[in-house]
Design a protein. Structure first.
Length: 253
């Protein structure tokens, strides 16, 4: 790593990210090799670190080179401190420590990492929240439509149920008959919807962050929700249908 002894009076040093090291020295050990990045003397590679997102948590892993601030004359730096408890309570002690080390240093704008990430994701979360609300409305409309279609389908068979009841068919068998047929209808629709959704997720892949577009929990949750709505939609009307008076039904027929 870069050390406190790496100053203007010592040889220039550099730490490479893994991607840069592999790009410059594929298959070779980069430690001790020299890299030219400006008009100064070559920099000696003293370390390799992992790739990092430098322009925001949603950015790709950036190629990076880390230099000694004592050698390149950086005038603004970020100091990262890991704490326990409320991080902002440590800002004043850190300020005093820094100014004790160098009274000319201006310590300003202390922020928590959570606040930095929150600001970086604010616009992204606005978009995803809007899409989530639209998806919720679409799911609700789908549930209402599904309930209406299945309820209508069951009500259309009230005459059939009346005749079956008059002939001695048990209620349990009638309920099973309705549920079985409705499940077949809904099951084929859900299967088709899942297949279409798998291809549709490619359209929103760029909007997802640290989330698998083919998240099994999301698919299972949607299928379970719509399946429950379908079950309610066919059971409730069927329960009313099997309790009809067969005499009245036969009279209408």
């Amino acid at each position: 790593d870069i050390d406190i002894t790496d100053t203007q009076d010592s040889g220039r040093v550099i730490v490479l990210s893994a991607a840069v090291a592999e790009g410059l020295f594929p298959g070779r050990d980069p430690i001790g090799r020299r890299v030219n990045i400006d008009w100064h003397d070559p920099y000696e590679v003293v370390g390799v670190v992992g790739n990092a997102r430098l322009d925001g948590v949603r950015s790709n892993f950036d190629w990076a080179m880390y230099l000694s601030s004592a050698q390149v004359g950086v005038t603004t730096q970020w100091l990262a401190v890991r704490t326990e408890g409320d991080p902002l309570l440590f800002s004043e002690p850190i300020r005093r420590i820094v100014q004790d080390m160098d009274p000319d240093v201006i310590f300003f704008n202390p922020r928590t990492m959570s606040a930095i990430i929150e600001k970086d994701l604010s616009s992204f979360r606005t978009v995803t929240t809007a899409l989530g609300l639209l998806a919720g409305v679409a799911l609700l409309l789908t549930a209402v439509g599904l309930y209406g279609v299945l309820a209508y389908h069951v009500n259309q068979r009230i005459g059939e149920f009346g005749i079956r009841i008059a002939l001695g068919a048990p209620t349990r068998k009638l309920m099973a008959l309705v549920v079985e047929r409705s499940v077949r209808m809904v099951g084929s629709g859900l299967a088709l919807g899942v297949v279409v959704s798998v291809f549709g997720t490619r359209l929103v892949r760029e909007l997802l962050f640290e989330t698998d577009p083919l998240d099994p929990a999301a698919f299972l949750g949607a299928v379970a929700f719509l399946g429950a709505i379908a079950l309610i939609a066919c059971v409730l009307p069927a329960w009313r249908a099997v309790r009809v008076n067969p005499v009245e039904v036969l009279r209408k027929e």
